[in-house]
Write a protein that binds this ligand. Structure first.
Ligand code: NAP
Length: 316
């Protein structure tokens, strides 16, 4: 057990968490950041970010994340890798003092006067036969990690949002052909991404369709696809399948402590307060937010400032 009582324990090593760490450690608070060794920040899996201010030619996600992490460390934040399993709230007898105990799945315990939750969200699963069996054998949730394995191959992408289209564009740099399979006849993605995809000769679309089964031998070989308008089924030969159908929040470890919505996203006010005093949430883990890096960074700054105020007035 780490006996030190940190002013703030930040759970999550993405743009929200590290921005909180920069602000809090620069305000001379004792800061511990616990980043997961299992769940990588979505930012680190993104190839080119074109809409983050200050980088007019775009920046690679891992590079941006490394920069903010280094900046947090420079101001004195302590960063460790662990997987948080629960957060417990302890009050003293007179109910005036709150300490949070943060437990990890390798039996470490950390103590904090306050907690900032910034654990983001992870890729949603399709839930069809073959998905689990062929994960890492042709089925992937990360184009930047696995795209280069599909040089001159045919890959399919499922989804119609920003992630699916952005990653289809990325995959077209390697693959000979990229087939986007979408359950409707319109994309949800931003128009600028749509335009790029429609103009890309390597990218084609299968509309109004869903994947019923992923079929392979040692690795993925084909998809069984059903047109949901006509109910017609067909097989599509492919070498890889990339699934980008949205996210679910990483909040299982905190679900008993703070209020979250039906999907598990944490409810906060505009100052990033949760319903538990001393616990704040920032970034993609929050309910009702735009899932954007710039927003996560803003949330992280707000959470840190609110946390600083909380610690000033706390009766310790
Ligand atoms: P999203 O916007 O929720 O889109 C998910 C897509 O997957 C939708 O097209 C949805 O279809 C489809 N889908 C959902 N469940 C499905 C299922 N079971 N089977 C088949 N298709 C399914 O998720 P996202 O694209 O990952 O984006 C998440 C957030 O990050 C968004 O707020 C987005 O704007 C943001 N983001 C921004 C950028 C950027 O600014 N460059 C890049 C990436 C992500 P329907 O359309 O029919 O609902």
């Amino acid at each position: 057990m780490d006996e030190k009582l940190y002013d703030v324990v930040i759970i999550g090593g993405g743009p929200a968490g590290y921005t909180s760490a920069i602000y809090s450690s620069r305000a001379l608070l004792n800061v511990l950041v616990i980043e997961s060794y299992i769940l990588l920040s979505q930012l680190s899996l993104t190839d080119a970010i074109e809409n983050y201010p200050g980088y007019k030619d775009g920046i690679n996600g891992l590079e941006l994340l490394t920069n903010v992490k280094d900046q947090a460390e420079k101001f004195g934040a302590k960063i460790i890798q662990a997987n948080v399993s629960s957060v417990l709230e302890e009050k003293n007898k007179s109910n005036t003092k709150t300490i949070f105990e943060i437990h990890t799945d390798d039996n470490q315990i950390f103590k904090g006067k306050s907690v900032i939750i910034a654990t983001g969200a992870k890729a949603r699963k399709l839930g069809v036969p073959g998905e689990q069996e062929y994960t890492a054998k042709g089925v992937s949730y990360c184009a930047i990690c696995d795209g280069p394995f599909f040089r001159n191959k045919h890959v399919a992408v499922v989804g119609g949002g920003d992630t699916a289209i952005q990653e289809a564009l990325f995959l077209s740099k390697f693959a000979a052909k990229v087939t986007v399979i979408h359950r409707r006849d319109k994309l949800r993605a931003q128009k600028i991404l749509q335009q790029k995809a429609f103009n890309n000769e390597k990218i084609n679309f299968i509309w109004n369709s869903k994947i019923e089964q992923i079929i392979g031998e040692n690795s993925v070989k084909k998809l069984n696809i059903k047109n949901i308008e006509t109910n017609q089924k067909k097989y599509l030969d492919i070498d890889g399948l990339f699934i980008f159908i949205g996210f679910t929040p990483n909040t299982q470890y905190i679900a008993d402590l703070v209020q979250s919505n039906a999907e598990g996203y944490i409810e906060t006010d505009e100052y990033m307060h949760t319903d538990v005093k001393g616990v704040f949430a920032a970034g993609d883990v929050r309910a009702n937010t735009y899932r954007q890096i710039a927003i996560a960074v803003g949330d992280g700054a707000k959470a840190a400032l609110s946390c600083e105020k909380y610690l000033e007035h706390e009766l310790i």
